[in-house]
Design a protein around this ligand. Structure first.
Ligand code: G3P
Ligand code: MG
Length: 230
């Protein structure tokens, strides 16, 4: 089975530092995380960068779309995927790379993501895990670089989860910890998939989810979850 840590820092350590930035990754590491989760999308000129929203408005105060900006127009605080990987290498962090394409760029974003991983991911670091809400991105990633492990990313588990997981060749299922039911957790584990949940920031909730059989908690506050389970 896919090996994952018990705790992954969401967008770095989003509770403590600006999400998806190098300072957030450093903060996650300082607070005990061994892996972080990030969101990768493409600039207008096809450079993979680390950013959650389609627009820069919420995080950077700039009312423009990433898909309409070149890399050299973005604020320096927005890391390229390559810069993020260099930071992970320096800190020894693993990464759940969420492929978060702008609309219509599902396959292109996946291909650029795995090409960058193939070129830059440090051999001594734990192998990354790809995930995406877009099955088309996972299929494209599988075609381009089948060796990178993939997780189906679904907000709410429905009856078709298994056929979707098989179609994208997933080794894991990442889902909402607030919506996961105990029967679904059992079903996913019994089928041999690694089960991760997001975004859980409360220690008691994390303990209950581990009790249901969850393998990994994705959290904005890795120190809080680590303290609750040790
Ligand atoms: O990958 C887990 C989680 O990050 C998915 O939701 O919207 O925070 O990217 P979101
Ligand atoms: Mg994400």
């Amino acid at each position: 089975m896919l090996q994952l840590p018990k705790v992954i820092g969401h967008r770095g350590a989003a509770a403590y530092a600006p999400e998806n930035t190098l300072s957030s990754f450093r903060e996650a590491h300082r607070r005990g995380a061994t892996w972080v989760e990030i969101d990768v999308k493409l600039t207008q000129d096809g450079v993979p960068i680390v950013m959650h929203d389609p627009s820069l408005k919420r995080t950077m105060g700039i009312d423009r779309l990433v898909a309409e900006m070149r890399r050299d127009e973005l604020p320096a605080a927005v890391p390229s995927f390559e810069e993020a990987i260099a930071c992970f290498g320096e800190l020894g962090l693993g990464c759940n790379v969420e492929i978060k394409p702008c609309e219509g760029r599902e396959a292109e974003t996946a291909r650029a993501t795995v090409a960058t991983l193939g070129r830059c991911w440090p051999a001594r670091s734990p192998p990354p895990l790809l995930s995406s809400f877009k099955d088309a991105s996972l299929v494209a990633a599988r075609e381009a670089a089948p060796g990178f492990a993939r997780a189906l990313l679904i907000d709410e588990i429905r009856d078709d989860w298994r056929s979707r997981a098989e179609k994208v060749g997933a080794a894991g299922v990442n889902t909402s910890g607030k919506r996961l039911t105990a029967p679904r957790a059992v079903e996913i584990r019994r089928a041999g998939y690694a089960l991760s949940v997001y975004t859980i920031n409360e220690g008691d909730v994390a303990r209950a989810l581990f009790g249901m059989g969850v393998h990994c908690i994705i959290t904005d506050a890795p120190d809080v979850i680590l303290a609750a389970i040790t």
